[in-house]
Ligand binder design. Structure first.
Ligand SMILES: [Cu+2]
Length: 501
């Protein structure tokens, strides 16, 4: 999805090509829903069209001339249409579900009500199979967000974020910095998932300090499980790799001119994978993480993004040529995880050069003398795994509790207005991109090192490491906390915060 600013202005935003679906399905708007209660809804203006219409259906995605996959998408395309909203300006969205299974559409990174957020665990009604929901919300905060399916997939590798249900969403701030020539959205995504027992460990975070003893405990637990006849839990692997739904070399290149400043909004829409991005001969000046401006923009040679993370970075185009911008993992990049960057007037084969190893450190973008305010309360959380314990998958626990989709019991009670610190310990050997719904949080310690000023909604917690994040409980109702890797959340790695009504 490559959209110049002028082009967007001409279209009047994405809505110009999203209008048009009928709104006759009013009767299916659920009672008690804000749209149903609103005086401008069905009773007075039954034909008022929605600002946006999203339609969930199984469709074909042509990753390349010889490779087409069948998957559930929004509006028959992958990624879903870029939604450009304005902070504070209420929107109405009709979501139609043309599939045989109920769906949830999650507005990732936004401060919306539990009724709208798109998580059954919080109480959001499902979009019924062959039905629709009209939802209404006030977009905020400004920045790069996204929307995606939020149903449990379990062993169904066609469901949830394994499918093509993901799309970028940008909430325009009231004051646009405007210091760039082109703005380009990149959605990184694999298709064709399958299960394996081979794990590809990714070791790319700093600081590297681990909690003493946890690694040894994990090795001992694995040995005991194997001795008891258990198998190592399933891991996800993929057949196809793409940027904006196209394998490397199969889509339109990104066309640039020497001297241009290009603002990239990169979304890792993978169901389970950590992704990286490098453009040989160039560096990324990271200006925002998860859509939130960082206190200290900094240049890095490589971007690393956990599942559902976003990075906004400006690249100064000063190495004319034809380049591969792609993932560091050779196998994944050559099979599609990349996109060609083409300077005007240049020709030839796209060039790739492997950079020096580069470790990702959120503190690079933090305040120099970070002194986060003391929270009102500290919540300790320990994440652990039971090897291969559920349907051959590892079962995850938060403070000893594996989340039950049947009971949906809140594990933590919050008091509105109080500031909380989640002090997390990862007792597993995986990196977990932890995510809190309906709030942003501030990174306040990474592996025991204090930090401050970086505001996110997903953050990678390293294996056997600790991390602390602070947030203010300013959203009534339930907010879901979970690891964003689909198989981890499906097999227990979720917890509900209840902030009353
Ligand atoms: Cu996880």
């Amino acid at each position: 999805m490559i959209v110049s600013r002028r082009h967007l202005l001409r279209l009047g935003g994405a809505s110009a090509f999203l209008h048009g679906a009928n709104t006759a399905a009013w009767a299916q708007v659920q009672p008690g829903h804000p749209a149903a209660a609103s005086p401008t809804s069905s009773e007075t203006e039954p034909t008022r069209p929605a600002d946006y219409t999203l339609r969930i259906a199984t469709s074909l995605v042509e990753l390349g001339p010889d490779t087409t996959v069948s998957t559930k998408t929004y509006n028959g395309q992958f990624p879903g249409p870029l939604l450009r909203l304005t902070e504070g300006q209420r929107v109405t969205v009709d979501v139609y579900n043309d599939t045989d299974t109920p769906e949830q559409l999650h507005w990732h990174g936004q401060f919306v009500t539990a009724e709208v957020d798109g998580a059954a665990e919080e109480g959001t009604p499902f979009i019924p199979a062959h039905g629709m929901r009209r939802i209404e919300f006030v977009p905020r905060p400004a920045g790069f967000r996204f929307y995606h399916s939020h149903v449990a997939a379990g062993t169904d590798l066609s469901a949830g974020t394994y499918s093509g249900q993901a799309g970028p969403l940008f909430i325009a701030p009231r004051h646009d910095p405007g210091a760039y020539d082109q703005e380009i959205f990149l959605t990184l995504k694999e298709f064709g998932p399958f299960l394996t027992r081979t794990e590809m460990p990714v070791d790319m975070l700093v600081p590297t300090d681990q909690v003493p003893g946890l690694h040894e405990q994990s090795v001992a637990a694995m040995k005991a499980a194997l001795a008891a006849g258990m198998n190592q839990g399933y891991e996800l692997a993929y057949n196809f790799f793409s940027v904006n739904g196209r394998m490397l070399g199969q889509g339109e290149p990104i066309r640039v001119k020497a001297g241009e400043r290009v603002l990239f909004h990169v979304l890792n829409a993978s169901a389970t994978e950590i992704r990286s991005l490098h453009l040989p001969g160039h560096s990324f000046r990271v200006v925002a993480l998860d859509g939130n401006p960082v206190p200290r923009p900094a240049e890095v040679p490589v971007l690393w993004l956990g599942t559902a993370e976003r990075v906004s970075a400006i690249v100064e185009m000063k190495q004319p040529g034809i380049w591969v911008m792609g993932d560091l993992m050779d196998e994944d990049r050559t099979r599609g995880m990349g996109v060609v960057v083409e300077y005007a007037g240049r020709e030839g084969e796209p060039q790739w050069r492997t950079p020096q190893p580069y470790r990702w450190d959120y503190r690079r973008f933090a305040m120099d003398d970070a002194k986060p305010q003391e929270p009102d309360e500290i919540i300790d959380m320990v994440f652990a795994a039971r090897i291969g314990a559920r349907q051959g998958f590892d079962e995850f626990t938060v403070n000893g509790v594996s989340f039950s989709m049947e009971k949906m019991q809140p594990l933590f009670r919050l008091t509105r207005g109080r500031r909380y610190r989640l002090r997390m310990t990862n007792a597993t050997d995986d990196v977990h991109p932890i995510h809190l719904h309906r709030h942003s949080f501030e990174l306040t310690a990474i592996a025991g090192h204090p930090t401050g000023g970086v505001i996110k909604d997903v953050a990678m917690l390293g294996s056997f490491q600790t991390m602390a994040v602070d947030f203010t409980a300013d959203q009534p109702g339930r907010s879901l906390f979970h690891c964003h890797m689909q198989q981890h959340m499906d097999f227990g790695f979720m917890a509900l915060f209840d902030c009353g009504s």
